[in-house]
Design a protein around this ligand. Structure first.
Ligand SMILES: C[S@@+](CC[C@H](N)C(=O)[O-])C[C@H]1O[C@@H](n2cnc3c(N)ncnc32)[C@H](O)[C@@H]1O
Length: 406
């Protein structure tokens, strides 16, 4: 029979048969222009399959079949060398089984060591009192006072804060709500599958840049050697930065995470409860322009694409209004998404493009008095994903990291 039919009855492909012929383990007769697969070929094919099922590779099968052919009727299968092949394979299988057994035990141990995700058991952390005492009314510059709320272990879960001019902040389930907080039914909702979906739907180049960015932020953390201080994060959002830096945050610091999306705060709080850290993190849900903090009160400012996000909807530079909150010794870690070029159909309006270009960002930071201590560009990329759809075909973007001080 011809090769096609032979492959078909043996439920394999023509390419596989050709490969066996190239290796000379299957040698059909040549009948004119085509190969003729007879009973001998069928027997050889069955031998190949039987040896494969014993775990032999094609090149080992080649040697074994040569041995068999050349040694026929000479007791070849009792010879030391031939038997050694089988014995070696058996030893290999024993070793593999041991390796798999160890792997299985290690996996079982790793699973046992993972905490059970008992959501009912995880306590919702309140707003830390130390952080609440930093809240100042933007209008009258007086401290907010807790007028209603129960303090438990230095935290407030639900309450109301007010200042002398009558402005109010609401504390609900440990999150402080101020001016400009979005309505949770209109804001993006994060759920348990968010990270998986994000990783699966975002282009690998974009993820690589994000990974490099987080790594750089860790390697050059502005918190090195610090054990206290006040930290302000602009746009804590999905918490990529916070979750990656959590062990580096000064132990006795107060960390104020600002975002106008209440759903992001709720999600982040749940994650932080799982991280088991005992840090004083205040989730402050308000607009960047309404942050209720005292002037000159912040030691460390984290801006992991907060300014970039703000620039999507505003023509002013976010840092212009934030700088008054910073102490004269404040250290700043900024992470911007910058454009190498703009296409004709770009989504970035003309008056905001300077905040998406390195020169614009650097000039403005330097006008505000920042001195660059270190900076870094990732590679250019041209694809994002459904959650990173702020650039269009033909545009290339990169991540720009900046560390500076006032
Ligand atoms: C890309 S996310 C930041 C990512 C985050 N730093 C991280 O590490 O995962 C930007 C965040 O800024 C928030 N944001 C944008 N404009 C804002 C505004 N005007 N006021 C407060 N938050 C704002 C968004 O809700 C979003 O969560």
């Amino acid at each position: 029979m011809k090769i096609g039919e032979f492959a078909k009855i043996n439920k394999t492909t023509i390419d596989t048969i050709r490969h066996y012929m190239d290796m000379s383990i299957l040698n059909p007769d040549k009948n004119g222009t085509y190969y003729d697969f007879d009973d001998h070929a069928q027997k050889d094919y069955e031998t190949i399959i039987a040896l494969k099922q014993l775990g032999f590779s094609i090149s080992e099968i080649q040697t074994l079949m040569l041995f068999e052919r050349i040694g026929k009727y000479t007791g070849y299968n009792q010879r030391k060398t031939y038997k050694a092949f089988y014995k070696n394979k058996l030893q290999w299988i024993h070793d593999e089984l041991n390796r798999l057994k160890t792997m299985q035990e290690k996996l079982e141990d790793a699973i046992d060591a993972m905490p059970e995700n008992n959501e009912e058991d995880s306590r919702v952390a309140g707003a830390p009192l130390d952080a609440l005492s930093m809240l100042f009314c933007k209008k009258c510059q007086q401290a907010y006072r807790l007028i209603d709320g129960h303090v438990d272990q230095g935290e407030v879960l639900n309450g109301i804060m007010t200042c002398s001019c009558g402005e109010r902040l609401i504390i609900h389930e440990g999150i402080v709500y101020g001016e400009g907080a979005l309505n949770s039914s209109e804001a993006f909702v994060f759920d348990d599958t968010f990270i998986e979906d994000y990783v699966q739907t975002t282009h690998i180049d974009y993820l690589k840049n994000l990974h490099l960015t987080l790594q750089w932020a860790r390697n050059h953390s502005i918190f090195k050697n610090a054990d206290k201080g006040s930290v302000l994060e602009l746009g804590s959002g999905r918490g990529f930065f916070l979750r990656n830096m959590i062990e580096m945050i000064p132990k006795h610091s107060v960390y104020i995470a600002v975002d106008h999306n209440p759903n992001a705060h709720q999600w982040l709080k749940k994650d932080l409860a799982n991280a088991g850290e005992n840090l004083k993190i205040l989730c402050l849900c308000c607009d960047f322009n309404e942050i209720p903090l005292q002037e000159y009160s912040i030691d460390y400012l984290i801006d992991a694409t907060g300014s970039t996000n703000y620039a999507f909807d505003h023509s002013d530079f976010l840092m212009d209004s934030i700088v008054t909150l910073l102490k004269q010794t404040c250290l700043y870690q900024g992470h911007f998404l910058l454009f190498e070029n703009f296409s004709l159909n770009t989504l970035i309006p003309k008056d905001r493009r300077k905040w998406f270009q390195k020169e614009g960002v650097q000039d403005e930071l330097s006008k505000l008095g920042f001195k660059c201590m270190r900076d870094y560009d990732t590679q250019l990329i041209s694809e994002g994903g459904p959650r990173e759809d702020f650039f269009v075909k033909g545009e290339q973007i990169y991540n720009y990291l900046y560390i500076g001080k006032l």
